[in-house]
Design a protein around this ligand. Structure first.
Ligand code: NAD
Ligand code: UDP
Length: 310
């Protein structure tokens, strides 16, 4: 491990990944256009001589010399990826073509941050990697879901066509410090609302489920995947199998923050998946990885962070 490119490195997951890579002694190049990421996320890394920051949009080609690439660039929150859906698709698809082209030229191993969204609103529960998914190709989430699906296609085609060393991880809902307070994803929304004493916004009746992974666990899984043997290319699910309804999540957040916030019920967004839970048997077998941080502990750490920074 020496020169490592992290696209989307100033984002929530990217900043934690850059931090871990630097701690492991790597030279890290962080590429970001700051659409949803921020300099604040990586300010503490800027003085490190092994850290370089490049403002760049991955929809444009990039010519640098690196040994490994983690491709994380893409807004992950529905409100942000739906803000400019065409740019979201371009980021996933043109972005993948550009970083794969770079990997091919410099013979770098490359990892794609894919998503549980490739399973869409799933009929198979929990979701296994062999399930092809149920995605609406023309809905408001499609720019993200289909963009990420096409990126997976590109990764596998570069692997078949050009023998590139690829790795694909399908990340399930991950939360933790450095999510933006206005990010719009459920964990940060509920915590910020509870701390401010504002109503907790439940979409639909709150019975839809998600499985939440604490960021440190996820980063560990990503690193294990990147360092796994060449012939294990994925896709592999990374997430915490604990499954909770949004009502259960809201109740936990209210309890842990001792908030007086009340619940309000708002319309369920179009195509919002009803259930989501990763089957992580493959990650356990191939990577000897499983999450360690419970939702209760992870929420308390995240609440601490927002209490200090809001
Ligand atoms: P994030 O929005 O905090 O980070 C994404 C980063 O990519 C931001 O810094 C943003 O500015 C940058 N970016 C966006 N478009 C870009 C472009 N065209 N060029 C360069 N940089 C660009 O989101 P995150 O939660 O850190 O997610 C990181 C990656 O992990 C994303 O690819 C996301 O799809 C994937 N993922 C995350 C989750 C999760 O729960 N956090 C779940 C599944 C998949
Ligand atoms: N959600 C909610 N209130 C919010 C934000 C989200 O009830 O303020 C719900 C949303 O409808 C979805 C779940 O929480 O069912 C997770 O939403 P998020 O945007 O975090 O992630 P994703 O839907 O991409 O899994």
């Amino acid at each position: 491990m020496n020169r490592i490119l992290v696209t989307g490195g100033a984002g929530f997951l990217g900043s934690h990944l850059c931090e871990r890579l630097l701690a492991l002694g790597a030279d890290v190049i962080c590429v970001d256009n700051f659409f949803t990421g921020s300099k604040q996320n990586i300010r503490h890394l800027l003085g490190n001589p092994n850290f370089e920051l490049l403002r760049h949009d991955v929809t444009l080609p990039l010519y640098i010399e690196v040994d490994r690439i983690f491709n994380l660039a893409c807004p992950a929150s529905p409100i942000y990826y739906q803000h400019d859906p065409v740019q979201t698709t371009k980021t996933s698809v043109h972005g993948a073509i550009n970083v794969l082209g770079l990997a091919k030229r410099v013979k770098a191993r490359i990892l794609q941050a894919s998503t549980s969204e490739v399973y869409g609103d799933p009929e198979v529960h929990p979701q296994v990697e062999s399930y092809w998914g149920r995605v609406n190709p023309i809905g408001i989430r499609s720019c993200y879901d289909e963009g990420k699906r096409c990126a997976e296609t590109l990764f596998f085609d570069y692997w078949r066509q050009s023998a590139l060393e690829i790795k694909v991880v399908r990340i399930f809902n991950t939360y933790g410090p450095r999510m933006q307070p206005d990010d719009g994803r459920v964990v940060s929304n509920f915590i910020v609302q509870a701390l401010k004493g504002e109503p907790i916004t439940l979409y639909g009746d709150g019975t839809q489920t998600r499985s939440f992974c604490y960021v440190d666990d996820l980063i560990e899984g990503i690193l294990k995947m990147m360092n796994s043997p060449k012939d294990f290319i994925g896709p592999v699910n990374l997430g915490n199998p604990g499954e909770f309804s949004m009502l259960e999540l809201a109740e936990k957040v209210i309890r842990f923050t001792k908030s007086k916030s009340k619940l309000v019920f708002l319309p369920l967004p179009e195509d919002d998946p009803k259930q989501r839970q990763p089957d992580i048997a493959l990650a356990k077998e191939k990577l000897a990885w499983e999450p360690r941080v419970s939702l209760d502990d992870g929420l308390k750490l995240t609440i601490d962070y927002f209490s200090r920074t809001l």
